[in-house]
Design a protein around this ligand. Structure first.
Ligand SMILES: Nc1ncnc2c1ncn2[C@@H]1O[C@H](COP(=O)(O)OP(=O)(O)OP(=O)(O)O)[C@@H](O)[C@H]1O
Ligand SMILES: [Mg+2]
Length: 232
């Protein structure tokens, strides 16, 4: 959905221009957007990629796939793996993702420029990743990656910050996030009570870790209005 609550359309456009400016000739830039569950990372990244492509084309440069959106969600561990590891009841926690795999993908994106780099997507209908559904084409010069744990300074995640040309943190008030998550969990088949419980307990625990990583971002962006909240 559009960032319809944006009070001033120029604020979102300023972000898109900033993202476009990350691309230096001959180099592929990676913009990372971190944030808590339901903060609006995916919505922001999808719209940014579309707007950057428009701005590039309008100035005589290449359009899509010049900029693309690449979610971390495809690195969710399969449910069968989570069951084997005894982690299915906290799906979405930091240790329910293949962090090393995601870090390796980012390294490949930076060096493998002469062929398509395929990446997994995440299908919310079945709650499972799908191999190689996403494609980073050689023409792509700005990859907008987004996910919960991009700025965690531990284990496989610790090296990711150094691979990002710039890092943004998408911030949304807890009450707004929780109400968004409840809607999503209900659509996924949970009862209203179970949806609220998951949003507050499992998602809430994850949000505590994620919010603690905000200081590692260059820019804090509102997941409600798409405007800059603060700069590093
Ligand atoms: N600016 C906005 N105004 C109104 N609704 C929004 C806005 N941004 C996102 N939403 C809605 O909030 C919900 C969560 O957004 P989104 O999926 O982008 O969040 P996310 O941070 O990617 O979540 P997750 O961590 O679970 O992947 C969606 O239903 C989306 O349509
Ligand atoms: Mg998302």
């Amino acid at each position: 959905m559009p960032l319809s609550e944006t009070p001033d359309p120029d604020t979102f456009d300023a972000l898109a221009r900033r993202a476009l400016a990350l691309v230096m000739p001959g180099h592929r830039a990676v913009l990372g957007i971190a944030g808590s569950p339901g903060a609006g990372k995916t919505t922001l990244a999808v719209q940014l990629a579309a707007r950057v492509n428009e701005l590039s084309a309008a100035s005589g440069g290449p359009g899509a796939p010049f900029a693309m959106h690449l979610p971390m969600d495809g690195y969710h561990l399969a449910e069968s793996t989570l069951r084997r590891l005894g982690r299915l009841d906290r799906k979405g926690a930091v240790d329910t993702f293949d962090g090393w795999g995601f870090a390796a993908l980012l390294q490949r994106i930076l060096v493998e420029r002469d062929h398509t780099v395929f990446a997994p997507s995440f299908d919310r209908r079945v709650e499972e990743p799908i191999a190689a559904e996403l494609a980073v084409e050689p023409e792509t010069q700005l990859v907008i990656v987004e996910g919960n744990y991009l700025l965690v300074d531990d284990g496989p995640w610790a090296g990711i910050r150094g691979l990002l040309t710039e890092a943004w943190f998408c911030q949304t008030p807890d009450a707004v996030r929780v109400s968004r998550l409840v809607v999503r969990h209900e659509l996924g088949g949970r009862s209203p009570e179970a949806a609220l419980d998951w949003a507050e307990s499992v998602d809430g625990r994850n949000a505590l870790l994620i919010e603690s990583t905000m200081a590692r971002a260059d820019l804090v962006v509102s997941g409600v209005t798409g405007a800059v909240i603060s700069r590093a």
